[in-house]
Design a protein around this ligand. Structure first.
Ligand SMILES: Cc1cc2nc3c(=O)[nH]c(=O)nc-3n(C[C@H](O)[C@H](O)[C@H](O)COP(=O)(O)O)c2cc1C
Length: 226
């Protein structure tokens, strides 16, 4: 019997989504799930971090208005039937990121129509509007949308918001040299969360191998921090 096949379509600006997905795919592969990757690459290379306060505010404003970021063509191999497609990326100003919006505008119907799709979100903490918008877009393209997997940065407010802003502006807020480090030890997700992503991959893999419906699955959102 052929192994179930999963396509992961993702965008990641500062590697946080990518790190979580690597955990998730480890879990999937332990159940012999075939995993294929499609990274979304903006036509105009994006620099992380934007590197100044002005560039950061500009990016936050344009993304709030859901500016699309044109992307390279997907591999033709993406356009086939999958047992599951994972559409993954960060929250940008309460919305899906520009490359994901471009993907759905241009290829959405061809990619996800009649397919089972798992939305996967990496964010600092505010993901609900992103999730609603993404779900609406996926459904409008004909996808059968599963409950999302959401990871938030495991640092309390207001530090995580200030920390992300400083990071985007090119500072190093997590630096051990700064007093801020006490409240903000790390940018992004922890290694425990990457393990949690693997645990979710194991559950999904087990369901797929047993032929159980993934529609029965729902994970607490955001995934609780250990
Ligand atoms: C322009 C911009 C806007 C953002 N807006 C939000 C937001 O509205 N809510 C949130 O929780 N995180 C927000 N973030 C933080 C990212 O979602 C978070 O850092 C995520 O882990 C990044 O994932 P990535 O490295 O895969 O791109 C924003 C980040 C950027 C660059």
């Amino acid at each position: 019997m052929n192994s179930p096949r999963v396509l992961i379509v993702f965008f990641s600006f500062s590697s946080q989504t990518r790190n979580l997905l690597q955990g998730l795919s480890k879990g999937l592969r332990e159940y012999d799930i075939q995993v294929e990757w499609q990274q979304l690459k903006p036509l105009q290379a994006l620099q992380f971090p934007p590197g100044s306060y002005l560039a950061t505010v500009k990016m936050m404003l344009t993304t709030f208005f859901r500016k699309r970021l044109a992307i390279e063509e997907l591999s033709p191999d993406c356009f086939q039937n999958w047992d599951l497609i994972i559409v993954a990326g960060p929250t940008w100003s309460y919305h899906p990121s520009g490359p994901i919006l471009s993907l759905l505008d241009r290829d959405g119907e061809r990619l996800v129509k009649d397919q089972l799709v798992l939305p996967f979100i990496s964010c600092r903490g505010y993901w609900r509007m992103h999730h609603w918008g993404l779900r609406r877009l996926l459904r409008s393209k004909g996808a059968r949308v599963l409950c999302p997997v959401v990871f938030a940065h495991p640092v309390a407010e207001p530090w995580r918001t200030i920390g992300v802003f400083l990071k985007l502006a090119g500072k190093v807020p997590e630096s051990g040299k700064s007093w801020f480090h006490r409240f903000y030890p790390k940018y992004g997700h922890s290694s425990l969360q990457i393990n949690d992503a693997k645990a979710i991959g194991l559950i999904i893999g087990k369901y797929m191998q047993k032929g159980k419906s993934l529609q029965e699955l729902s994970f607490p959102a955001p995934v609780p921090v250990d």
